[in-house]
Design a protein around this ligand. Structure first.
Ligand SMILES: [Zn+2]
Length: 404
């Protein structure tokens, strides 16, 4: 049963003060809190949770990717798994109850000890060599394995990026995901290095990919999005396009036209990661005008401080002060679920969180919501109350984030 609270943000994202009548029905009363839907993170790599603060700033994106590769090179499956468990605990303590999470190694999928959360586990595919092929049988096995592991989990695939995946693999991922009825995702148009690689056939990422043997004939002046557009445009599975910081007008137009045509696509924007890595500013206004759905994600702790979606909403609000808090919260709840193809189901999910709130007016409640730091006061996933105290003791997130 959903408890009583002073303020409730319902699953239509309508804010109301709960009347006294409810308490007479024997409901549990959480008191001076805002009860709201659990948050949905559309982009994360939990297996990098233990890299928090460990990847130094790099002169460019290609160097940063190389540093990330060096940091995880000695890791075994158990190291990835430990990072994943740590990340799940932190994300849930911070109020995230559903997420789309990329995973490098299928063997790292936790078997026990994972807190309750809805997770779409997308197996990252890096396949840029000339003979790269999609291994659909492995993908099928992965999907079955994830589903068998937890009722709230789903398995899918994520071709890493246009610069690390042959178009055949991207196309296979899109088609396979439609058959498997699961969202798929790729990083696209994230950095100016990626832009230069495709548009100008030069730059640090171009040189890096040439060194590792990627064919470069598609670096012919097209944009990064255009390099994989044919695959996205015909996708019949929800496509989560991560980052999309570097788009030209034609890109925005094709995204808008596809969204209007009914192609299920959305952009996953990671405000703090974009800022940390010094990427070009996210083209929010252009995407909104074109009618392209946008949702929020944290990205990994290799480029972020913590897994709090509250902090992500706050970073977004700081960058876009004219946006109403309801629009921002939607990007971390309903719009995020829609991006995963779970918009209709989301309305029925019994996933709730509560944060302290003694505001007396709705405007004050929105302020409290966007200012919230640290773990939530209460959480429920799939109708079951989460043991937050145990979770917080084991999560590395117990200290509130430092003030910006
Ligand atoms: Zn990512």
């Amino acid at each position: 049963m959903i408890p009583r609270a002073r303020w409730i943000l319902d699953r239509e994202l309508r804010l109301r003060q709960e009347g006294r009548a409810a308490s007479r029905r024997g409901k549990r009363d959480l008191g001076e809190v805002l009860l709201m839907p659990g948050l949905v993170n559309t982009h994360c790599h939990l297996d990098y949770t233990t890299l928090r603060g460990r990847i130094p700033r790099a002169p460019n994106f290609a160097r940063w990717i190389e540093a990330l590769g060096r940091a995880k090179a000695p890791w075994r499956a158990a190291d990835y798994r430990e990072a994943i468990l740590e990340g799940l605990r932190e994300a849930l303590a911070f109020g995230t109850t559903a997420m789309l999470n990329w995973i490098c190694l299928p063997e790292a999928l936790p078997a026990a000890g994972a807190p309750p959360m809805r997770v779409w586990w997308l197996w990252e595919q890096i396949a840029y060599r000339p003979d790269a092929k999609a291994d659909r049988e492995s993908w099928d096995a992965w999907r079955r394995e994830v589903r068998a592991r937890r009722a709230l989990w789903r398995g899918g695939v994520a071709p890493h990026a246009p610069y690390t995946c042959a178009r055949e693999v991207v196309r296979a991922a899109a088609r396979w995901s439609a058959r498997a009825r699961t969202p798929w995702s790729l990083h696209v148009a994230e950095s100016s290095d990626e832009w230069r690689m495709f548009r100008e056939a030069r730059g640090a990422l171009y040189d890096f990919m040439r060194r590792v043997g990627r064919p470069l004939s598609d670096c012919d002046g097209r944009t990064p999005l255009a390099a994989v557009w044919d695959e996205i445009a015909v996708s019949r599975a929800p496509a989560v396009l991560t980052h999309a910081n570097c788009l030209d007008r034609a890109d925005v137009k094709r995204l808008g036209a596809a969204a209007r045509r009914g192609v299920s696509l959305a952009v996953a924007h990671c405000p703090r990661s974009t800022r940390t890595l010094g990427h070009p500013a996210f083209p929010l206004r252009a995407l909104r005008q074109a009618g392209v759905p946008v949702a929020l994600g944290t990205d990994s702790l290799a480029s972020n401080d913590d897994l709090s979606m509250f902090a992500e909403m706050r970073a977004f609000a700081d960058a876009h002060p004219a946006r109403h808090p309801r629009e921002i919260v939607a990007m971390a709840t309903l719009d995020a679920a829609k991006a995963l193809g779970a918009g209709a189901a989301w309305k029925r999910w019994k996933d709730w969180i509560a944060i302290p709130c003694s505001a007396t007016r709705p405007s004050g409640v929105w302020d409290v919501l966007l200012a919230h730091q640290g773990p939530v006061a209460w959480a429920m996933v799939d109708g079951r109350e989460v043991d937050l105290e145990t979770l917080k003791r084991r999560a590395p997130c117990a200290a509130p984030e430092p003030a910006a």
